[in-house]
Design a protein around this ligand. Structure first.
Ligand SMILES: Cc1cc2nc3c(=O)[nH]c(=O)nc-3n(C[C@H](O)[C@H](O)[C@H](O)COP(=O)(O)O)c2cc1C
Length: 390
């Protein structure tokens, strides 16, 4: 492919370059994948109003997310095993995000550690926390995040029990890959990936290995993590983490207005309307269909962020028009990373920035902060009606 012009171009390139088990890990959803697909497809129901003969000069996409300035309201979402899409993937993605002026969020289940990002990127970043049964480990992880210069903590609430992704089971997903015959045959077709991976020491879960007693290698780690996600997680834990952390707190995985209300009362700074990219509750609403009711419930009381299915700048502007203050992208940047490393994440962000800018202009606006439901055909009601039947 000459020049990737769309996120779909990057996806096709990534599929060629990344070993199947890790490409599939990114490009999959839970069970029948209906919510995963709906996340992308439901954006099509929301239509934009084309406006003409308005001054479109001097445009700006600059905004804030949890009070921090961003060049555009698009952050990189936390994604596990990012360092398996490409060697040192989290470091590369964090660098690309920094150059583009947008936040990078490191997952608890990353390959590169908090300390790796602090040492090799040298810029503030965000950290996503999964709550484990080992609360001492969680306390220490929060202290490590503070020491690494993390400026916002993203607490994920929608993955205390794992929604099954069939492809992962079939592929025997593990990091590093298991040496089964199928895996070895597939790896042999990805020489570029293999060479880069052989050249880095980062091939395990960097935030965990060496920081938990009894977990020194990948095999002890798998049993530890399988056992560790805490199904008892509740709003008291949210309070405990808020107090322990003391900084900007974002609650991720809110899809229901009642939960949004609890989140608003928890004193957190923001929520992310999210269904984990369709990777957890199959049959749940798409994120864009869930957004309006949440905005009705808590809009104006807590910052509302959004993720799920964003593959273009047009998708970003639709989420903003329906009341999100900012957005996150997951697979879009993973495809860029798998396709071309840091340059691919930069390309992904360039594509989205350009689409967002031109779309805003063609909707007749010059400032991203002015985007609201007036840019939607039929206004907010029209979009809500179109989404209701999906
Ligand atoms: C491969 C992959 C791994 C993910 N790992 C995490 C994770 O470790 N923690 C988390 O909170 N969310 C995780 N997510 C969910 C993303 O943060 C985000 O909610 C989702 O990707 C948004 O949907 P999108 O991929 O359609 O943009 C992951 C998503 C993907 C695709």
């Amino acid at each position: 492919m000459a020049q990737p012009l769309t996120i779909e171009d990057l996806r096709i390139m990534a599929k060629r370059r990344v070993p199947r088990m890790f490409y599939d890990y990114a490009d999959s959803g839970a069970w029948t994948e209906s919510t995963y697909r709906a996340n992308e497809q439901d954006f099509a129901a929301v239509k934009l109003r084309q406006r003409v003969a308005v001054d479109m000069t001097n445009r700006t996409l600059a905004s804030t997310m949890v009070g921090q300035p961003v060049a555009m309201p698009v952050a990189l979402a936390p994604t596990g095993l990012t360092g398996m899409q490409h060697a040192d993937g989290e470091i590369l993605a964090a660098r690309a995000a920094h150059k583009a002026g947008v936040p990078f969020t490191l997952s608890t289940m990353s390959i590169c550690s908090l300390e790796d990002i602090a040492n090799h990127v040298g810029q503030p970043f965000w950290f996503q926390l999964y709550v484990m049964k080992d609360r001492d480990f969680i306390s220490r992880l929060i202290q490590r995040a503070k020491a690494a210069g993390v400026t916002a903590l993203v607490l994920t609430l929608d993955l205390q029990i794992l929604g099954q992704r069939h492809k992962d089971v079939r592929n025997g997903l593990s990091a590093p890959p298991k040496p089964t015959l199928m895996n070895m045959l597939n790896l042999a077709t990805k020489p570029r990936w293999c060479l880069k991976m052989l050249d880095t020491p980062r091939r395990g879960f960097g935030n965990i290995v060496g920081h938990v007693t009894g977990v020194a290698d990948m095999s002890s780690l798998s049993s530890w993590t399988a056992d560790q996600f805490d199904p008892k997680l509740n709003w008291d834990d949210v309070k405990w983490i808020k107090d322990l952390w003391g900084g900007k707190l974002i609650l991720k995985g809110i899809l229901d207005a009642e939960d949004a209300e609890m989140a608003a009362q928890s004193g957190a700074d923001a929520i992310i309307v999210s269904n984990h990219g369709g990777r957890q509750l199959d049959g749940a609403l798409s994120s864009i269909a869930a957004l309006p009711a949440i905005v009705d419930q808590v809009g104006g009381r807590i910052e509302i962020l959004f993720d799920g299915g964003i593959r273009s700048g047009q998708d970003v502007i639709k989420a903003l028009a329906l009341g999100a203050h900012g957005t996150f992208i997951g697979r879009a940047f993973l495809y860029g990373l798998g396709a071309m490393g840091e340059a691919g994440v930069t390309r992904c962000l360039d594509i989205i920035r350009k689409e967002l800018d031109v779309t805003m202009a063609l909707c007749g606006l010059r400032d991203i902060l002015d985007v609201d439901a007036r840019i939607l055909v039929g206004g907010r009601e029209g979009a809500v009606k179109a989404l209701a039947g999906r």
